[in-house]
Ligand binder design. Sequence first.
Ligand code: UDP
Ligand code: MG
Length: 317
Amino acid sequence: MNISVVIPLYNEEESLPELHAWIARVMEAHHYTYEIIFVNDGSTDRSWEVIEKLCAQSSCVKGIKFRRNYGKSPALFCGFRKAEGDVVITMDADLQDSPDEIPELYRMITEEGYDLVSGYKKKRYDPLSKTIPTKLFNATARAVSGIHNLHDFNCGLKAYRKDVVKNIEVYGEMHRYIPYLAKNAGFTRIGEKVVHHQARKYGSTKFGGLNRFFNGYLDLLLLWFLSKFGVKPMHMFGFLGSIVFLLGFISCAVLGFGKLYAMYNGLPYRLVTDSPYFYFAITTMIIGTQLFLAGFVGELVIRNAPERNNYKVEKEI
Ligand code: UDP
Ligand code: MG
């Protein structure tokens, strides 16, 4: 099969028939073999009935129905697991992404050798409250992930080589950072294609509020940390802990020996606890020990993790 189109959706009943017809039109015009996987993320409207109807009409339509609303990332995850096409394309269900981009995305993956091609909504039809924070978000994501050629990490329209989706695990709200997940899994040929974007035709956005930026920022930090120290926490915490402890220890020693020196030489001296440095020194030693222990506990946790030796092997001969 050439292409799997994975479509996560939450309450998008009005768009589905139109979206399906459009995708089918594009696929048939280019003679692709394809499947469309609708992942119904606990919609409370009639989306699932619509999917059932489409499924009865066409053998290319498949559906997954969640019992409740889990979010876009879990929906993508399950769609990816089911996908069988050589190239997997994700797109939003709200008709904001155009299926006309599919042939070019497919060509970029199969002929130009990209692992992942992300859409770039150069001209966006979203309210300012979305576009401005998004610019900031993308700049941060570029800096942290080291993928400098992407302008639009969170574009719903993306194309993947099949290997990529089978080797990454999207969860929580990590759909914003799929290119980064792919990079961490060893897929480095990541490209971008300017795509056409439209205003939402039906329904309303499912990602309003501001807290998505705080959560997004925390997720990014987490990913960065996992990619850097996820498998070797001792290298980070042990190192920091040792340095901090050593600093504290040296300061304590200096204070103690200073006092002894003064005592034996008849100089004026006072209790070490009278000196503010003593408290700095002791706190530093405690923090150092804590950091070291955090690293050690981290290592113990990893030793017992069932997937600790779960490497992504590309080939064996
Ligand atoms: N979506 C989903 N589960 C959710 C929220 C959204 O599957 O909990 C789907 C939604 O139906 C749409 C896509 O994710 O197909 C993108 O959502 P939306 O268009 O609301 O986001 P925006 O384009 O406004 O960023
Ligand atoms: Mg949208």
